[in-house]
Write a protein that binds this ligand. Structure first.
Ligand code: PMV
Length: 329
């Protein structure tokens, strides 16, 4: 029987950068995110005694592709979940993204969330969403945040059993938007999972951790009171803070492109003139513009007049991982 899951990518308002346990992906700090409605992964899995080997492919416009590095990580996740189910059957997996892979739009988050939940359901494991979030985290840290709905916190926890994500507010709680401006959709050179292993080579990492509780409190307060300015200032500060660490690591990680910086400077100006819009950036050059839905037209107009050739993906806040009947094979 086939099982198909759709899982959203998420954008971190408070970023996860650094692990206290690489293997289990236990983070150094708690992070907060929202799920994205138009950036998602669909994954279909099927177990069968008839299959001779595990088979993983990703689809781009109906065409199948394989990626040895990715396959290795996927099969590790399969083995872990198969062990829980105490079965030996091989699996066929097909997966498809609604957005460019590996370009700093958290494709590993939606990918591992969809994969993990699909495997758990296909093997009838009867796990809670908390347990699924823990398993997704082991596959790829930020994937745990794509399991619950809407606005999500991943509490860093003390060990594997209490480091998981839960929903703070449902998706309809606040009509916030994330416009992902695609500056470079090529696969990034250093994956975040690798890059963050060197976080402590930056002299600023300790400061980042020491100042995080204040920003987390601000994001909490901004969300609770729907105070966009408090939320926006804190999320932007956290992104800049993480990139300052990235750029001062050894070896340094420069994810920004010249257009990233130019756009950042413009957004600061736009804000003085009118639309309340803030930005955040993950491990890539693409910019995420965060704003309230009531300002959508103004923000789209600003972007189009800045550069009409730039491509973007418009997102509102979505639910977390969920099943669908639309199988990929
Ligand atoms: O879970 P990973 O290995 O894809 O790391 C995600 C890291 C950032 O996207 C840079 C920040 C975050 O919290 O999403």
């Amino acid at each position: 029987m086939k099982t198909t899951v759709v899982a959203p990518a998420n954008i971190a308002l408070i970023k996860y950068w650094g692990k206290k346990n690489d293997e289990l992906r236990l983070p150094l700090n708690s992070s907060i995110s929202m799920n994205l409605s138009n950036c998602y992964t669909t994954t279909t899995v099927e177990f069968s005694r008839d299959f001779l080997q595990d088979d993983f492919k990703y689809l781009i416009r109906e065409e199948e592709f394989s990626d040895v590095k990715e396959e290795k990580r996927v099969f590790l996740q399969v083995d872990m979940i198969r062990k829980l189910a105490k079965i030996k059957e091989k699996v066929k997996i097909r997966t498809q993204n609604s957005f460019p892979k590996g370009a700093g739009i958290a494709s590993s988050a939606s990918g591992f969330a969809a994969l993990t939940y699909a495997l758990v359901l296909a093997l009838n494991l009867q796990l809670s969403k908390k347990e699924v979030s823990i398993l997704a985290r082991i596959g790829s840290g930020s994937a745990c945040r794509s399991i619950p709905d809407g606005f999500v916190i991943w509490e860093k926890g003390l060990n594997s059993n209490n480091s998981y994500a839960r929903s703070l507010y449902p998706s309809g709680y606040w009509r916030l938007c994330d416009l992902v401006v695609l500056i470079n959709s090529q696969k990034k050179k250093t994956a975040s999972t690798k890059g963050m292993e060197n976080c402590f080579t930056s002299p600023f990492m300790k400061t980042r951790l020491a100042t995080l509780p204040k920003r987390i409190r601000a994001v909490y307060a901004g969300l609770k009171n729907k105070n966009f300015q408090i939320l926006g200032e804190a999320l932007e500060e956290d992104a800049m803070n993480m990139h300052a660490v990235m750029m001062t690591q050894k070896p340094p990680l420069f994810y920004w492109e010249p257009t990233t910086l130019d756009l950042v400077k413009n957004i600061v100006l736009w804000r003085n003139e009118g639309p309340m819009v803030y930005f955040t950036i993950d491990a890539g050059s693409n910019l995420h513009l965060i704003f309230e839905e009531k300002n959508k037209d103004t923000v789209l107009h600003k972007i189009q007049s800045y550069n009409s050739k730039l491509k973007y993906i418009y997102n509102t806040v979505s639910d977390g991982a969920r099943t669908t009947d639309r199988h990929l094979f």
